[in-house]
Design a protein around this ligand. Structure first.
Ligand SMILES: [Zn+2]
Length: 189
């Protein structure tokens, strides 16, 4: 995994002070938001981008809520890292995500829609996150996630000493999505 590390910048947020370090992988630019001086055992969130949820306030998913809650937990702990990976739509891209939404509007759930389009339920790849954690000198982390599969995605390169769940409130639009994540993808919500 070849990532090019960019210059670190100060990054104040509504949750607290972070430092932002860009790591580019070809055209994509992943971001590491670092609070304090994390060492082994630090709190880490590995978050995949969701334009519709995070920038456009969609209630079809719970991404924005998970992102906000994670930044809050890391800022409160004063030490930790949020890695923001540029893999939209569980890795299928924005346009295919919209196709999957259209199939969901016709009655499929999020997993069935991905399969219909020829994708796996989850196409995400966490090798960039592993490379970023290693660059930051972290070999052992406490991972903020509801998705036990994400721990496997770290390929044993990073030790997860604890999994910290995020409690998400269903909003009336995303219940079916959350049900599919829990029942078909093993998320513990
Ligand atoms: Zn989302």
């Amino acid at each position: 995994m070849r990532l090019n590390k960019g210059d670190e910048v100060k990054f104040p947020t509504k949750f607290g002070q972070f430092r932002l370090i860009p790591y580019s992988e070809g055209e994509k630019c992943h971001m590491a938001l670092v609070a304090g001086n994390p060492e082994d055992g630090a709190l880490v969130r590995i978050h995949s981008e969701c334009l519709t949820g995070e920038a456009l306030f969609s209630l079809r998913c719970d991404c924005r809520e998970q992102l906000e809650r994670s930044m809050q937990i890391i800022a409160e702990g004063r030490n930790g890292v949020l890695i923001y990976l540029r893999q939209e739509g569980r890795g299928i891209g924005l346009l295919n995500k919209m196709k999957a939404y259209s199939l969901q509007d016709k009655g499929m759930d999020t997993v069935e829609a991905n399969h219909q389009l020829g994708f796996r339920a989850d196409e995400r790849d966490y090798s960039a996150a592993v490379a970023i954690l290693k660059d930051l000198g972290l070999k052992k982390i406490r991972l903020i996630t509801n998705n036990p599969e994400k721990i496997k995605g770290l390929n044993g390169s990073i030790e997860v000493s604890e999994r910290i769940p995020i409690v998400v409130q269903p909003n009336g639009h995303n219940k079916r999505y959350l049900d599919a994540k829990r029942e078909k993808m093993g998320h513990e919500i």
